[in-house]
Design a protein around this ligand. Structure first.
Ligand code: ADP
Ligand code: MG
Length: 477
């Protein structure tokens, strides 16, 4: 039997607001347990939630970016369930009237094809606290710092037909929310978590199969692995004559398997009802106008602009626009005088490689875009060769100053004075008569040997083009 994979994702993005969605407590990550949970987050009797305007703005930015219908009137609802990290006994979420309605997102696959994925809705909700099982013997600790942190849950249609598409979609959402500045995208800290729903059906069958839901996946690699495992498992079950039970499963990265967590609850188990403590949210046109005006350039538009404005290839432009900080860095290098193609090369290869090796992210780069631009200017005007530039780059990286200062201090200026290069060449020719003879007898690849000798004698500073030219002239004479 040939099986078709069907996947829909629910992505929880933690919104980058300073305070919580219904209280003034800080959302900063990493504080000592329960130091950032105020009376609202603790659900003390008599306290009332107040909606954080900034969380609404974040949701609207996302809605506008995916061309979604914006819920002009949305309502917060109580989703009732018991869990120790949920002191109110309900989570405030949105149910029937979410703030962001239907929209769509185009994903690009590695083979260059693109596909439109439907987004069903995106709604605002509060996060729960955390249960800590590891630090205590026979007991669980409860940390309510995360309780009340604003989330935007983005629900896709079951439109993905392969694991590759699902991963590409998750990556695209991640890129978008980080571009929009509404989420820091830090997956290790749980700012971006994915629930993946997967089912299979025989090719040609219209009705979907029964799905399982894989909860709380916090890396793209785990997403791919969890889906792969689950796909194989479902095929095994169905081909073994069994049937799939609709349930929530947990992916165990250590064992690389998924296992059942609980049978899937239905929406009506939660007894959703409108939260009487919160007014409906009404969005007026002027706020939407303002959000549209302030919309930053989005990844696809930036990619197109980079290709045109900087005459870059699609692949280079894609690499440079993968993240907003990287794109900004590149543009600052160009602005500081770097030639566009050279800058693309140096930013992705030299700088990217050095950052990778040092385990640093771009924001911590010891080389500023201005310094990089200054360095590239000196390659372009032939003050230094590309090879010497790597040496200068290393010095800038090590904090030895700007390109011009380093070139001066280390005496790295390229020798372009033929009067200075000629005697060196004459010397080398005189000392390597055997090679000269072989060259003249037709062994032309010996040119490389001579170039090498000249470069060695000038410590890499001779202008390579001039050396080539002069050598040829003298060897062929
Ligand atoms: P719930 O809120 O109970 O998780 P939803 O109906 O909101 O359920 O759907 C959640 C996600 O499951 C959506 O992203 C949707 O695209 C996906 N989904 C629904 N049915 C299927 C299916 N048969 N196979 C794969 N994914 C599905
Ligand atoms: Mg779900």
């Amino acid at each position: 039997m040939q099986w078709e994979t069907v996947i829909g994702l629910e992505v929880h993005t933690q919104l980058a607001t300073k305070s919580k969605i219904f209280s003034g407590a800080s959302t900063a990550y990493g504080a000592a347990p329960n130091t950032q949970a105020c009376n609202v987050d603790l659900a003390l009797p008599g306290v009332l939630p107040v909606l954080n305007r900034e969380a609404v703005n974040c949701a609207l930015k996302f809605g506008v970016a995916i061309g979604a219908e914006i819920g002009k009137r949305s309502v917060f609802a109580r989703k009732n369930y018991f869990y120790p990290d949920l002191p109110k006994g309900y989570q405030i979420s949105q149910f029937e009237l979410p703030i962001v309605g239907k929209g769509e997102l185009t994903i690009e696959m590695e083979n260059g094809e693109s596909k439109v994925i439907g987004i069903t809705r995106a709604h605002l909700e509060e996060d729960a606290g955390k249960s800590l099982h590891e630090d205590f013997h026979g007991l669980s600790g409860i940390d309510l710092n995360r309780a009340g942190t604003p989330l935007l849950e983005i629900v896709s249609e079951p439109d993905m037909r392969s694991i590759k598409e699902a991963v590409a979609y998750a990556r695209k959402i991640h890129q978008l929310v980080v571009y929009l500045g509404i989420c820091d995208g830090n997956m290790q800290e749980g700012s971006f978590r994915v629930d993946a729903n997967l089912s299979i059906r025989p090719y040609g069958q219209e009705a979907f199969g029964t799905r399982t839901e894989l909860k709380n996946i916090n890396s793209f690699r785990f997403l791919e692995r969890a889906l792969n495992y689950e796909l194989d498992r479902q095929i095994d079950v169905l081909e073994g004559g069994g049937r799939i039970v609709q349930e929530t499963r947990l992916y165990d990265a250590d064992k690389d398997e998924t296992r059942s967590m609980r049978s899937k609850e239905e929406a009506n188990d939660y007894r959703y009802f409108p939260d009487p403590d919160l007014l409906p949210v009404e969005i007026d046109e002027s706020l939407l106008e303002q959000i549209r005006d302030e919309m930053p350039e989005l990844p696809t538009a930036k990619l197109q602009r980079f290709i045109q404005e900087y005459a870059l290839g699609e692949k280079e432009a894609k690499a440079l626009t993968a993240s907003r900080p990287l794109a900004d860095y590149y543009e600052a290098v160009v602005k500081a005088g770097g030639e566009t193609k050279m800058a693309a090369n140096w930013v992705t290869m030299e700088l990217g490689g050095a950052l990778n090796k040092a385990g640093l992210s771009l924001v911590d780069s010891p080389v500023s875009p201005e310094q990089m631009g200054g360095l590239l200017k000196r390659i372009a005007d032939k003050t230094i060769s590309g090879k010497i530039a790597k040496q200068v780059f290393e010095a800038i990286w090590n904090g030895e100053g700007d390109a011009d200062g380093v070139i001066e201090a280390k005496g790295l200026k390229q020798i372009t004075d033929t009067g200075a290069i000629e005697p060196i060449i004459d010397d080398i020719i005189a000392n390597n008569l055997k090679q000269v003879e072989q060259f003249r007898a037709g062994k032309e690849k010996l040119l490389g040997f001579f170039v090498g000798q000249v470069m060695k004698a000038t410590r890499g500073k001779a202008n390579p083009e001039q050396v080539n030219e002069l050598l040829l002239k003298k060897l062929k004479a």
